[in-house]
Write a protein that binds this ligand. Structure first.
Ligand code: CTP
Length: 420
């Protein structure tokens, strides 16, 4: 890539989070590349010389290079799907405004591009052109701040310009176990006191909250949000001291279970955190928050299912509801996140066994015969079909029958005994 950029006379850099995480030895497959030149033209050239595809946004001067398969195989033989494209951005550059600009001015464009960023730890760049490959560009002391574990803004108005950075500062601080540097903290708290978060749409606040809740361990960030005073501008209805931390801390365990057994299902981990954060609220507060953040139907549904899941967990724990079909009567329509929330609400070893056995059976059990088979058995089509198939599903879920033959035999028995 660097060689192709070089041919075009463009300095090219890997920047931001990728470089930060490289220095911290953390995995990061989000490679952002800044070009002092035309990012789209560079990507076109890469596609021409190496292959792959281009997706560009002319308006923003950005281009995505979807890497060719052969290259992917060479860089990640096990095909883990983590790296499949590279993003190129044109550095905001004086070079465009003054076409006759000298190279020094050109070079300052990467500096300008980096100067607009949130924190010094995100301002590092690595040269990729062959003549200076691997050279670290550090205009703002990012290296030192990474070494000393400091989150520091680059200019005093940073939080005023973009108040989401208050939440980003907390996220990075907690993720890397860094510390927000005192002046930066003062500017953040000043921005909070001036209610600058109101400048943001709730959608953007929600996006940032989701990023925090998707962190590996989001709990310290919640505490920090309370400490810094930003939580009361996000969900003032929720008292952070009153949360069920035992339940919250078990989320990674249940997630581990889900990864093993539910690996085909999509799970929004952040939503499970949110459900627990909101589980003690009144219906009025829940509707107010849902309206404020414009939660979509799915989020509202998961939050609303929480009550039912808690009740069901209590009857599983008490031994009132233990058979798969009994649990299914309450849980069959639960969203995936609610099913995991159900597990989180279980408090007994037996309850855990019952609930996990149900979830595993639910995933595997399928009635094999269908309407055609029932017709072939001489049953007249009608509502009786779904009654029979539901009963077969119930029996199969409980393990009373396991094969297609047993299903057919059972239908014969129903007919003989005139059950349906
Ligand atoms: N950025 C910023 N202000 C924001 C959001 C982003 O200045 N409100 C800058 C940061 O400097 C960051 C870059 O844009 O390096 C890309 O941001 P993002 O996509 O959030 O990536 P990362 O910094 O890598 O964060 P993460 O590790 O969470 O993906």
């Amino acid at each position: 890539t660097g060689a192709v950029a070089h041919e075009l006379g463009y300095p090219l850099y890997a920047v931001g989070g990728f470089v930060r995480d490289l220095l911290l030895s953390q995995p990061n497959f989000d490679v952002d590349l800044v070009v002092e030149g035309d990012a789209i033209r560079l990507t076109q050239e890469l596609v021409r010389q190496i292959g792959g595809r281009l997706r560009s946004h002319r308006r923003f001067g950005t281009a995505k290079w979807i890497l060719p398969d052969e290259l992917l195989k060479a860089v990640q033989p096990e095909d883990n799907g983590l790296l499949d494209s590279l993003d190129f951005v044109t550095a905001r550059t004086e070079f465009y405004e003054h076409p006759t600009a000298l190279p020094t001015v050109e070079r300052s464009s990467i500096k300008q591009d980096l100067h607009r960023r949130d924190f010094t730890i995100n301002t590092l760049a690595v040269h990729l052109n062959p003549d200076c490959f691997g050279q670290l560009i550090d205009y703002f002391g990012g290296r030192q701040d990474i070494d000393n574990g400091k989150i520091r803004i680059l200019y005093n108005l940073s939080f005023v310009e973009d108040p989401t950075r208050i939440l980003r500062a907390i996220r990075f601080e907690q993720r890397y176990n860094f510390k927000i540097e005192p002046d930066t903290l003062r500017f953040a708290q000043d921005a909070i006191a001036r209610r600058l978060l109101r400048k943001l749409s709730y959608k953007r606040i929600l996006q940032e909250l989701i990023l925090i809740l998707n962190e590996r361990n989001p709990l310290p960030a919640l505490t920090r949000m309370g400490e810094i005073g930003v939580w009361q501008h996000i969900l003032p209805e929720v008292d952070l001291d009153g949360l069920n931390y035992i339940r919250l801390k078990r989320i990674p365990i249940v997630n581990g279970w889900a990864l093993e057994h539910f690996y085909l299902r999509e799970i929004k981990t952040w939503l499970i955190y949110l459900v627990i954060i909101m589980e003690n609220l009144t219906a009025e507060s829940i509707s107010a928050i849902s309206a404020r953040y414009k939660f979509d139907k799915y989020i509202v549904r998961v939050i609303e299912e929480a009550d039912l899941a808690r009740q069901l967990a209590a009857s599983i724990d008490s031994g009132d509801c233990t058979e798969n079909s009994e649990i299914d009567a309450g849980a069959s329509h639960f969203c995936n996140e609610t099913l995991l929330y159900l597990l989180l609400c279980i408090n007994s070893e037996n309850g855990w066994q019952y609930a996990t056995a149900y979830l595993q059976a639910k995933d595997m059990v399928k009635v094999e015969i269908d309407g055609h088979d029932l017709k072939a058995l001489g049953i007249k089509p009608g509502p009786v079909y779904s009654k029979i198939l539901n009963e077969l599903y119930r029996m199969k879920l409980n393990g009373a029958i396991t094969s297609r033959e047993e299903e057919t035999a059972l239908v014969h028995k129903f007919l003989k005994e005139g059950i349906f």
